[in-house]
Design a protein around this ligand. Sequence first.
Ligand SMILES: Cc1cc2nc3c(=O)[nH]c(=O)nc-3n(C[C@H](O)[C@H](O)[C@H](O)COP(=O)(O)O)c2cc1C
Length: 176
Amino acid sequence: MILELLRKRRSIRQFAATQVEQEKIAYLVESMLRSPSSRSLNPWEFVVVQDAATIEALSKAKPHGATFMKNAPLAIVVCADPNKCDVWVEDCSIASILLHLAATDLGLGSCWVQVRLREHDASKNASGYIAGLLGLPEGMEVEAVVAIGYPKEDKAGHPKDTLLYDRVHYEKFGGR
Ligand SMILES: Cc1cc2nc3c(=O)[nH]c(=O)nc-3n(C[C@H](O)[C@H](O)[C@H](O)COP(=O)(O)O)c2cc1C
């Protein structure tokens, strides 16, 4: 049941050294490829990375918020050619979140690392840095990297009484 999964879901940034099995990677790949996309244009491309040196380099894509990824045994880079679809950001975001949920479903921990609109350094953005690292074709933009592995931290799901029910409006804004 989806709500059971969502009640468990948290962003996990500490990973055990254990590799993610190939059949689990296949489950993740199938999950992300089942993402809905605008006009079924499916503009995304995914790069599945298990090479430790490449993952370490990915963890340096931006100065903050990505360093935890160096200990992840698996990283999936979600990118697209913006010329293929005007709403590629939404399409890539949906695929990234389905990946995060599929990982939770498998007992894996994962965390989204934002790449789009982030700088690598003064000379290039994080997307350009990753494009160089992975040999992405010209024009490709990276939305996010999802870092995945067996969790080495125990995080409870968010308690129901912390959910922002006041952000939900019925019939009109402010309607309760
Ligand atoms: C669009 C988006 C971008 C995010 N970028 C990062 C990031 O760059 N680095 C990071 O450590 N976490 C990132 N996160 C994870 C959030 O920090 C996390 O979802 C939030 O703190 C809530 O925690 P929870 O997922 O455990 O409920 C991102 C999440 C989203 C949805």
